[in-house]
Design a protein around this ligand. Structure first.
Ligand code: ADP
Ligand code: MG
Length: 235
């Protein structure tokens, strides 16, 4: 199992109130699967992804990635594990503004001791050879996201965690980014996309829904099947 979440609960305390951002969430994701998790703003999507990525310790439950119990690792072990196994893609890209495209992509290859060759391969695959010396501020949003995707893929992760990866993109770049994520899956990688939209559904092997921190499996059905047949459990 690539991902094995067991009874994960994560709360936040703010101004005297407690919000349960993740409420007893359990989920298994097999290797090679493309999973989407839908949810409205505030439903716990980013919290779930950060928890899965080893960046946010849950208050209860366990997070297994590639048969490793993430929060049993030391800080250093966790950082190494992340660099070797997990790639992140965010809605706002999180590129370093003072580095150019190639340098940003190369950051992802650090754990692989890249001589530069692997970086150049990915620079080409995302179609940015002509932009390699540009900084993020000189790029379109689509080019920024393709840079971020190359940075994630160049490290040859087993798992890519994507937080609204196409939220700022036009339809052409959305298509391109989803296609590359899908290819990564076909090569044996695992992808989890959290989103409030439905653009990634056609690529998904399995769909989930988050509602007030609770996760529901929507199964293998498309949205329309789900509605027509009512096969998926609903509140
Ligand atoms: P989503 O990504 O689906 O919009 P989040 O996971 O960011 O939702 O947030 C889930 C809930 O947890 C929201 O109510 C949000 O306000 C709250 N929350 C998230 N992060 C924090 C934080 N660092 N401090 C306090 N509350 C937080
Ligand atoms: Mg979010």
């Amino acid at each position: 199992m690539m991902i094995s979440l067991r009874h994960v609960t994560r709360r936040f305390r703010a101004r005297g109130t407690t919000i349960t951002a993740l409420d007893n969430v359990s989920m298994d994701v097999e290797r090679g699967q493309f999973v989407t998790i839908h949810g409205a703003s505030g439903s716990g999507k980013s919290t779930l992804l950060l928890t899965l990525g080893g960046m946010l310790r849950p208050h209860e439950g366990t997070v297994g990635v590639a048969e490793t119990d993430l929060y049993q690792l030391s800080r250093g072990q966790l950082a190494r594990f992340r660099a070797q196994h997990i790639g992140f893609v965010f809605q706002m890209f999180h590129l370093l503004p003072y580095l150019d495209v190639r340098q940003n992509i190369r950051l992802g290859a650090v754990a692989r001791h890249d001589t530069g060759k692997r970086t150049d391969t990915w620079l080409e695959r995302v179609g940015l050879q002509q932009r390699s010396r540009h900084r993020p501020g000189q790029l379109s949003v689509g080019e920024c996201q393709r840079t971020a995707l190359a940075r994630a893929l160049v490290s040859q992760p087993d798992l890519i965690l994507a937080d609204e990866p196409t939220g700022n993109l036009d339809s052409e770049n959305t298509e391109e980014v989803l296609r590359m994520l899908s290819e990564f899956c076909q090569g044996g990688g695992t992808v989890v996309v959290v989103t409030h939209g439905s653009e990634a559904d056609e690529y998904a092997d399995r769909q989930y829904r988050l509602h007030n921190g609770k996760l529901r499996d929507r199964g293998m059905f498309s949205e329309s099947d789900d509605r027509e047949t009512g096969k998926s459990p609903r509140h």
